[in-house]
Design a protein around this ligand. Structure first.
Ligand SMILES: [Zn+2]
Length: 77
């Protein structure tokens, strides 16, 4: 199910929305966070693992695309 939401934090950068095809690199759950590394690599995390690794990710990442705010909405459906 695709939820089109009012963009509450629009940024200038158009970033591809994460889909159910994006799975957490740690546990295989649906990913809500994409971490872009300076090397060009990308990591995906579910909300749980994003929190677990948040500090390290912030230091290592070039950019972080975080859609974890959607978790609660989708869980409520
Ligand atoms: Zn995970």
């Amino acid at each position: 199910m695709m939820l089109r939401k009012k963009a509450k934090n629009m940024t200038a950068e158009a970033f591809e929305t994460l889909t159910k095809a994006n799975r957490c690199d740690r546990c295989g759950a649906q990913a809500y966070v994409r971490v872009v590394l300076p090397t060009g690599g990308e990591l995906y995390f579910c909300a749980h693992h994003n929190k677990a690794h948040e500090e390290k990710l912030r230091q290592a990442a070039l950019r972080i695309h975080d859609e974890s705010a959607r978790v609660d909405e989708e869980a409520a459906l």
